[in-house]
Write a protein that binds this ligand. Structure first.
Ligand code: SAM
Length: 202
């Protein structure tokens, strides 16, 4: 999908993502993923700031990136609510550049499904994340259930048209292809949900 179209699609979905902040299951996973994070954090595809409630506000500085102006507006309000130290960049994640070792942690929740080249984005994480830092992912992707994965593959073109994101990606395969070192994985909902704790490649 063309970038401008995708941005409009996400702009229009901002109210849904604001409501989604209160989803109790997602909230549980977000809390678990982020609870020990401290320092300089890059959050890509930050959306409406659904993770902000789960950071320790005294210990983090968050750089939130998103190409949707409506999402950035909403995330800015959410950051104020939680008194978080933040800076926001209205940019395409696939075109981002940072100095090596710029961040202690890199967080992506439900964003790898959207990128045209997710392996390229993940490969950049290796460079931007300090070697003693971490990469934290909460993503949806292909199920291990044969019936569900068949449906996900078959319906992917139409689902992408509707939601702007892909439903057939194997997140472990992508992370491995980027040479990121996986330390822990949890899977839920017939393995559609992937929680990944990882380190950048050495
Ligand atoms: C499915 S939403 C997830 C939002 C949030 N991370 C969450 O957990 O609720 C994906 C977000 O990534 C953003 N996004 C998708 N592709 C992007 C890109 N190439 N550059 C910047 N932002 C992008 C969208 O605008 C949207 O806000």
């Amino acid at each position: 999908m063309q970038k401008d179209k995708l941005i409009k699609k996400y702009d229009k979905q901002v109210r849904n993502y604001e409501k989604n902040r209160n989803n109790p299951t997602l909230a549980k996973w977000r809390r678990e993923l982020l609870r020990d994070i401290k320092g300089n954090v890059l959050e890509v595809g930050v959306g409406a700031g659904a993770n902000f409630a789960f950071y320790n506000k005294n210990n983090v500085h968050i750089t939130g990136v998103d190409f949707s102006p409506e999402m950035i507006k909403s995330a800015t309000k959410e950051a104020d609510l939680y008194q978080l130290e933040t800076q926001f960049l209205l940019k395409n994640v696939e075109e981002l550049e940072f100095e090596p070792d710029s961040f202690d942690h890199i967080v992506s929740t439900l964003s790898l499904c959207s990128y045209q080249d997710p392996v390229r984005v993940l490969t950049k994480f290796n460079e931007w994340c300090r070697k003693d830092g971490s990469i934290r992912l909460l993503e949806h992707g292909i199920s291990s259930n044969r019936f569900l994965s068949f449906t996900q593959k078959t319906a992917d073109p139409i689902l992408t048209k509707i939601s702007g994101c892909h439903w057939n990606r194997d997140m472990l395969e992508l992370v491995n292809a980027a040479n990121i070192q996986i330390e822990r994985v949890e899977r839920y909902w017939s393995d559609i949900v992937y929680m990944i704790w990882a380190k950048p490649s050495l």
